[in-house]
Design a protein around this ligand. Structure first.
Ligand code: ADP
Length: 238
């Protein structure tokens, strides 16, 4: 079994089946993108992996354990959202240490972990600032550090770049990828931007109306699209 194994995952909202028989095996340390147009079910898959949304059926195994019925705080997952979602009344250091404090980690350990995380994201000098004193890109780096501080097994990124302007988006996605590789953390990245997915992923899952249309390397997705939808969406067929 792969490190993160998603089997026959389904989600029904009222009359809508928004995720249909979704299957995916992710190796430890892999960077996977869920790519597809708005409304195709990407966020719902991610939220089910995180435990914020209950699955209608199916299984999610992390490191051999089925976590599908576990609460989010029992899953050892870190998540970064589209909007920065930092606590505005806490300093950068307090934001980064928040998850550790909740877990009851000792103060001295929190301090050293926060120092390590701020160094990782290149904001060592900014620990005592407040979120409003940072740029959008810096705030997202703090959100990343906050997600990583408790040393999760899996990192989930839900369109973390889409609120930023184009130039920052490119530099930050490269930075995220470097940090991900350095830590070797298994990552799922949700995006509707094909260029973004093609440029940073080990593998891409192209989703369409709740279904994984194709799973493959960026090269395969771009050069050998399995369906007309994939070809159109990645731009090789207009
Ligand atoms: P994406 O992330 O690809 O934009 P989502 O996973 O957010 O797509 O949404 C997939 C579909 O599920 C959409 O049609 C959306 O309207 C619907 N949906 C998402 N969350 C809910 C909810 N809580 N209740 C009802 N429908 C929902």
């Amino acid at each position: 079994m792969a490190f993160l194994e998603i089997e026959h995952l389904e989600k029904v909202f009222g009359p809508l089946r928004v995720v249909k028989d979704f299957n995916l095996s992710i190796q430890k340390g892999e960077f996977i993108s869920l790519l597809g147009p708005s409304g195709c079910g990407k966020t719902t898959v991610l939220r089910m992996v995180a435990g914020f949304e209950t699955a209608t059926s199916g299984a999610i195994h992390i490191d051999g354990k089925n976590v599908v019925d576990k609460r989010p705080n029992q899953r050892n997952i870190g998540m970064v959202f589209q909007a920065y979602a930092l606590f505005p009344n806490m300093t950068v250091a307090e934001n980064v240490g928040f998850g550790l404090k909740v877990k009851g980690v000792a103060g001295s350990e929190i301090a050293s972990r926060v120092t390590e995380m701020l160094k990782l994201i290149g904001l060592s000098e900014h620990g005592s600032r407040y979120p409003f004193q940072l740029s959008g890109g810096q705030q997202q780096r703090v959100a990343l550090a906050r997600a990583l501080a408790p040393r999760p097994q899996v990192l989930l990124l839900d369109e973390p770049l889409s609120a930023l302007d184009a130039k920052i988006r490119v530099s930050l996605r490269e930075e995220i990828r470097e940090i991900q590789k350095k830590l070797g953390i298994t990552t799922i990245f949700v995006t509707h931007d094909q260029e973004e997915a093609l440029s940073i992923s080990d593998r891409i899952v192209v989703m369409h109306q709740g279904i994984a249309d194709q799973v493959g390397s960026p090269f395969e997705i771009y050069n050998r699209p399995a369906t007309k939808f994939v070809a159109t969406f990645v731009g090789t067929l207009s």
